[in-house]
Write a protein that binds this ligand. Structure first.
Ligand SMILES: NC(=O)c1ccc[n+]([C@@H]2O[C@H](COP(=O)([O-])OP(=O)(O)OC[C@H]3O[C@@H](n4cnc5c(N)ncnc54)[C@H](O)[C@@H]3O)[C@@H](O)[C@H]2O)c1
Ligand SMILES: [Fe+2]
Length: 400
């Protein structure tokens, strides 16, 4: 197929997918502010849950951040079992262990407590447990008959917004390629955006995860599946991030900045669950799968490069963001505003210590990375397609 026919085919396929995905999706009930994880625990008791599986990772459990939530659940009359086997970018095997634990402990509900990795693992544990199946059987769009068991979430990073999306990303055990699990019941019944649980998040993770949220906000806003709702959330998230991310990195105990970032991350999730992402994610997912580069860090490094490529086709949208975030006047030319915004993204990366390059990337892998990223990117409603040559250029530039 010539490039022109291929691209027409991709746009048609995106249109068909869009008619399914861009339907308004349910939103979780949200508790916001310091102490909201405790409020959520009380609500879980009021919802009538008897025994909940708390899904988290070992480092978080050892830090003791989870303890007040466990105590609040017990006070609310909810028994708990803890599965702390989540690893970054969870695999099918990790999810299967969680499903076994849910069944062995005879739980009736799931609470994710952690970053995007814990939330995504918890989502598929809740879906697999309801359907008595393994993770592999859940991968794809709406593969399971029954909805997930009642599911709740407390994000402890401000980045993925996974507590707002109907997608979970699970890695293959052998290839580490990421596969999406898509199901409306993966949206939690309720979530707590509690800055208190993010107080000790190290600056480097705060920075990388915050740039993941900015990538969601910008990619959803400039993409072709935007709606009035997703545009609202995308713009609001951008402003919260430009105003608060550097401060949250400098002073992790500033709970106002932490709360603003938690809200921005949530808004980013609400935006991408309908409007999807773009080439930044297509490239960074593959860097994560190949080298284990953390999701937020990969996005942060790739974002300004992709924006440089999109600056003409998405000039009006990038200009909107710049104006909304106080970087210029509506009367300024779109191209000038778009330039200002992209420069601000470069500066923010520098201010929060995002590296320009990664030594993990090897020249001999670049062709395979280009093919995988271009194939994944064709599924996303980006303002324009990028060529293999352009993608190769980005990867060579960020190779250390
Ligand atoms: N489902 C979605 O909509 C969606 C969207 C974007 C990304 N994701 C997925 O999310 C995952 C990345 O999630 P992430 O960026 O939040 O990272 P993560 O969940 O992998 O956590 C990164 C590290 O931070 C530590 N950590 C988390 N909270 C902490 C805290 N409060 N204090 C101290 N340490 C803490 C964890 O222990 C872990 O070591 C990827 O697998 C990605 O594919 C999913
Ligand atoms: Fe992301």
């Amino acid at each position: 197929m010539t490039a022109i026919y291929k691209r027409a085919f991709y746009r048609l396929r995106q249109g068909l997918m869009g008619s399914f995905i861009t339907k308004p999706q349910p939103k979780p009930l949200v508790f916001l502010g310091a102490g909201s994880a405790i409020q959520l625990s009380q609500a879980i008791g009021q919802f009538g849950m008897r025994k909940i599986l708390v899904v988290t990772d070992k480092p978080l459990r050892e830090l003791g951040i989870l303890d007040p939530t466990l105590a609040a659940l017990h006070s609310a009359g909810v028994e708990t079992a803890v599965f702390d086997g989540v690893l970054p970018d969870p695999t099918e095997a990790v999810v299967d262990q969680g499903i076994d634990c849910f069944q062995r402990e005879r739980c009736d509900s799931v609470l994710a407590f952690g970053g995007g990795s814990s939330i995504d693992a918890a989502k598929v544990i809740a879906l697999g447990s309801a359907n008595n199946c393994k993770a592999a059987a859940c991968i794809g769009a709406k593969k399971c008959k029954r909805p997930a068991v009642p599911f709740f979430a407390v994000p402890t990073t401000a980045g993925t917004g996974s507590e707002a999306t109907f997608i979970a990303v699970i890695s293959n055990n052998d290839t580490h390629e990421k596969g999406p699990v898509i199901d409306p019941s993966l949206i939690p019944k309720a979530a707590a955006l509690d800055p208190e649980v993010m107080r000790g998040l190290p600056a480097a993770i705060t920075a990388a995860t915050g740039m993941d949220a900015l990538t969601h906000a910008i990619e959803s806003y400039i993409g072709r599946w935007e709606t009035e709702d997703t545009n609202y959330y995308g713009l609001a998230a951008c402003r919260l991030i430009f105003d608060n991310l550097a401060e949250a990195c400098r002073n992790g105990s500033n709970l106002q900045a932490r709360e603003a970032m938690a809200l921005a991350s949530h808004y980013g999730g609400l935006a991408i669950t309908n409007a999807l992402v773009g080439y930044v994610h297509a490239i960074s997912h593959n860097l994560g799968a190949k080298y284990g580069i953390p999701h937020g860090l990969g996005n942060a490094m790739v974002l300004p490069h992709v924006l440089e490529l999109m600056k003409d086709d998405a000039a009006a949208k990038l200009a909107d963001i710049a104006v909304y975030c106080g970087m210029g006047k509506r009367s300024d030319p779109d191209a000038t505003l778009a330039r200002t915004l992209i420069d601000r993204v470069w500066e923010l990366n520098e201010e929060i210590g995002i590296p320009l390059t990664s030594e993990a990337i090897r020249e001999e892998d670049i062709e395979a990375l280009v093919s995988a990223a271009i194939a994944e990117g064709a599924n996303y409603p980006s303002p324009r397609f990028i060529s293999e040559e352009e993608c190769r250029g980005i990867l060579r530039t960020i190779r250390g």
